[in-house]
Design a protein around this ligand. Structure first.
Ligand SMILES: [Zn+2]
Ligand SMILES: [Zn+2]
Length: 248
């Protein structure tokens, strides 16, 4: 299941899964401060959205950030050869288009057409949806929790990323598998995790702490655009030495 998830992630063509995890942990360790690889506060909006990913300093996978995952040789191999899965997916999409061109000409499709509409355009849309979590969800939206960063809950980003846009909730409770905490904060990813658990494909997960749900219920929706009060030492967003985040 871990490898299946990693391959699914690799299909996004955003370098390897370990590369992403390592950068994401760095993001949690110094959110919106020096050392955050993609903070709009530190780097400006466009650099945090798309520029940072092309910077040579960010190209390598900081394996020291992911010792718990670097134990799995298949994940390391996937990280060393990040192009294999997306190229295979692109090739399969092209081959399907060519097959349909011959077997179902009434569809008037072709390898190139399916490659463009079934792989290239969705991949570009996926890039901007993922990157919006880093840029938009640290700039626009409402803040429920008084975290020591600029993270926001943004419904549009949540729709585009299946729940990843409840980013202020995520920074307040980074260990929680559930990011949508309020009643109207739909979180399809959380539903998916519960489904995998019900099917016994996933053994354990970290639910939202009762405190998080209670606070979400009590606080409701904070004023849109409310400024974070700095500096706030948020115990909920501290990161432990093993790179995982700790909510108390
Ligand atoms: Zn963030
Ligand atoms: Zn995170």
């Amino acid at each position: 299941m871990q490898l299946a998830g990693a391959m699914l992630g690799a299909a996004a063509a955003q370098r390897g899964p370990l590369w992403w995890v390592a950068h994401h942990r760095l993001h949690h360790k110094s959110t919106d401060r020096a050392g955050d690889p993609h903070s709009p506060v530190v780097l400006g909006f466009w650099r945090s959205h798309v520029g940072w990913i092309f910077e040579p300093d960010n190209a390598r996978t900081a394996l020291e950030q992911v010792p718990d995952l670097a134990r799995y040789p298949e994940l390391v191999a996937l990280d060393r050869h990040p192009h294999v899965v997306p190229v295979a997916l692109g090739a399969a999409t092209f081959a399907l288009g060519e097959l349909l061109h011959v077997t179902a000409p009434q569809l008037s499709t072709s390898g190139l057409q399916l490659l463009l509409w079934g792989f290239v355009l969705p991949t570009v849309a996926l890039y901007h949806s993922t990157f919006a979590v880093n840029s938009v969800a640290h700039r626009f939206g409402y803040r429920r929790f008084d975290t020591a960063d600029e993270s926001r809950n943004n419904w549009l980003v949540s729709v585009l990323t299946l729940g990843e846009g409840w980013h202020n909730n995520h920074h307040a409770f980074p260990n929680s598998a559930r990011q949508g905490l309020g009643r109207l904060e739909l979180d399809p990813t959380w539903v998916g995790i519960r489904l995998l658990v019900a099917l016994r494909l996933v053994e354990s997960f970290r639910p939202a702490p009762a405190r998080a749900l209670a606070e979400a219920r009590r606080a409701g929706r904070a004023t849109p655009g409310a400024r974070p009060q700095r500096p706030v030492a948020s115990p909920s967003s501290s990161v432990t030495s093993d790179g995982t985040s700790q909510d108390q």
